[in-house]
Design a protein around this ligand. Structure first.
Ligand code: BT5
Length: 248
């Protein structure tokens, strides 16, 4: 497969604060859809809700500019699309099986190997662009991560037991991202969601989800067509959670 969209233009840096921030600036200056920003290190890599994303040398820290013609409410779909693409890349290149954890994590053996961050810029009701950031722990020695992160994180090198060819993984990520993004643009999001569900082993489990204002307990039933988590509460009623973190 040869990409025609993602990675036609790549900006490479030794170090930036955040590839998402650089990509956002480039997008505001008119950079095209598919343009990629990648860095060896990030000094202020970010997660959701102003959290820190530790980005030492050896990982894949990159962002892609997307200009989809969708409503702002559909942006969470892009995270699921990216998760399926990264899963495929890891699986095809290394033969590893991974799990997805709603909304934006990829896990191996229950530990976080990848986080995805979308940042959308809108003007009024119109979505201008989305920056899709991917942080994948490839050749990271876990000792370089702070203690509190080390306990819940892993890296591909750690799992496989040897150094990984980062370029190979990066190219595969771009190929699969383009593949699933184009599928999405052709109206086939349902098929992507099917793929995502296959890797979502938490579905069916009793879980706790921490939102911004409250923590909700319930059984994880499914993901709806927009990427919201459907929980069944103890009284049998169902609710949709748009954002949050699964604690258990
Ligand atoms: C994420 O946020 O998981 C999204 C991470 C996206 C990072 C990419 S790197 C390229 C692009 N440029 C950026 O600046 N960001 C994107 P969230 O779900 O909020 O998870 C953040 C939490 O993950 C932190 O609070 C830590 O607990 C944990 N964490 C931080 N660094 C980690 C790492 N390298 N590996 C595993 N877990 C980590």
């Amino acid at each position: 497969m040869k990409n025609t969209l993602f990675g036609q233009e790549i900006y490479y840096y030794e170090e930036v604060e955040s590839t998402n921030a650089v990509a956002k600036k480039l997008a505001l200056e008119g950079a095209k859809q598919g343009c990629v920003v990648i860095a060896e290190r990030q000094s202020r890599g970010r997660g959701r809700l102003e959290r820190k994303w530790h980005s030492p040398e050896g990982g894949l820290w990159f962002s892609v500019i997307l200009r989809p013609i969708i409503k702002a409410a559909e942006v969470p779909k892009l995270v699921l699309i990216a998760a399926v693409a990264i899963y495929k890349a890891i699986n095809r290149v290394l033969g590893l099986s991974v799990e997805v954890k709603w909304p934006n994590d990829i896990l191996i053996n229950g530990r976080k190997v990848c986080g995805i961050l979308t940042e959308a810029v809108s003007r009024g009701e119109n979505l201008c662009f989305v920056v899709l950031g991917v942080g994948l722990n490839v050749n990271i020695n876990l000792q370089v991560l702070p203690q509190e992160v080390r306990e819940s994180a892993t890296s591909l090198k750690e799992v496989v037991g040897k150094k990984i060819d980062r370029i190979n993984i990066f190219c595969s990520c771009l190929t699969w991202l383009e593949h699933f993004y184009q599928m999405f643009q052709k109206g086939k999001f349902d098929l992507i969601l099917e793929e995502w569900r296959k890797q979502a082993s938490f579905l069916g489990n009793d879980i706790e989800v921490k939102g911004i204002t409250e923590t909700i307990r319930g059984r994880a039933i499914d993901i709806d067509k927009n990427g919201a988590l459907i929980l069944e509460l103890t009284d049998g009623t169902r609710c949709k959670v748009l954002s949050g973190d699964i604690l258990t």
